[in-house]
Design a protein around this ligand. Structure first.
Ligand SMILES: Nc1nc2c(c(=O)[nH]1)N[C@@H](CN(C=O)c1ccc(C(=O)N[C@@H](CCC(=O)O)C(=O)O)cc1)CN2
Ligand code: MG
Length: 296
């Protein structure tokens, strides 16, 4: 039987509407103060420019004030660090995001480590990741894409406790934090990576699969257990002369095959992607609410 679609675009829209009301309440409660998000973009990558534009548009929609620094591809690491330091010190900014990837001459780790953990709305700072990994500790922010995956599961009524989960991929941004989040929900988690022996057989035992390996359609139908829930994080462009843009987007999962086996599945596009931005807004509003309450 074909799987039920998890509509990330619709769920993200619903979350934005919920947040619009929350931001209005915050303003009412705290004398007109609004949450502020600062985005630092380095270089002219078309995809990054689109994501940053979409983030600013989403901020506007919910009432978050956005700030931006656009630096040339040739910007030095010192210039990027200076932009971050300025936003760290700016009381009207509650969230700082440096769009990734950065040009290769800039040390990504050094830049991410420079963001104040109270404003780390991407959740990439080692202190936030470290707290996520520890029992009894809570990060101030959780990385947006894995947070979006968990939100999709919860809003789709998927019970997590005691379930077997497989995360395909172990990146710092998605795979690793997704595995930690599932573990915090009492799933038994296996992380599958490029050196995993019998990856397909292990994945096919999971009740929940999060695919984030960055390889177009690598997770085939035979990787999916009958009735499993599949969350596809991948966004891969494949040439297609018949498509409007000359390419089409596919995930890390072979959607046609997997949807014959899964009970629920996310599409690409329109699955996890829109949730990344919705969770960024969520983090920014939560950060601002914490600051406003502390200042009151
Ligand atoms: N600082 C960060 N950099 C990057 C992150 C991040 O979370 N923080 N994630 C990605 C890019 N990204 C947000 O920044 C992002 C990627 C994709 C989407 C999205 O909505 N995708 C659409 C399809 C878009 C298209 O048509 O091209 C979808 O899946 O439906 C949103 C945000 C790397 N960098
Ligand atoms: Mg998607």
């Amino acid at each position: 039987m074909a799987a039920q679609l998890i509509d990330g675009k619709a769920i993200a829209e619903q979350i934005r509407q919920e947040m619009k009301a929350e931001v209005a309440e915050l303003k009412e409660k705290f004398g007109g103060k609004a949450p502020g998000l600062a985005v630092v973009l380095v270089g002219q990558r078309k995809d990054s420019q689109t994501y940053v534009r979409n983030k600013k548009k989403a901020c506007e929609e919910v009432g978050i004030v956005s700030f931006g620094t656009d630096l040339d591809e040739s910007a030095t690491e010192a210039e990027v660090l200076q932009a971050v330091a300025g936003y760290n010190a700016d009381p009207s900014v509650h969230g700082i995001l440096v769009q990734l990837p950065l040009p290769p001459h800039i040390d990504e780790q050094r830049v991410l480590d420079a963001i104040s953990i109270e404003k780390d709305v991407d959740g990439f700072h080692p202190l936030n990741i470290g707290r996520l990994a520890m029992r009894g500790r809570d990060p101030l922010f959780v990385p947006c894409t894995p947070k979006g995956c968990l939100e999709l599961l919860k809003r789709s009524g998927v019970a997590l406790s005691g379930k077997k989960a497989a995360v395909v991929g172990r990146s710092n941004i998605v795979g690793m934090p997704a595995a930690l989040l599932l573990q915090r929900e009492d799933c038994t988690v296996t992380v599958i990576h490029s050196r995993t022996a019998n990856a397909q057989r292990i994945c096919a035992e999971a009740d929940i699969v999060i695919a984030a390996c960055g390889k177009a359609e690598m997770v085939g139908g035979d990787w999916i257990k009958e009735g499993a829930v599949v969350i596809d994080v991948g966004i891969n462009a494949v040439d297609d002369a018949t498509a409007k843009r000359g390419y089409r987007l596919v995930g890390d999962v072979n959607f046609a095959e997997a949807s014959e086996k899964a009970s629920q599945i996310t599409p690409v596009p329109g699955g996890v992607g829109p949730m990344t931005i919705a969770m960024l807004l969520r983090n920014c509003v939560d950060g601002a609410a914490r600051t406003f309450a502390a200042e009151a």
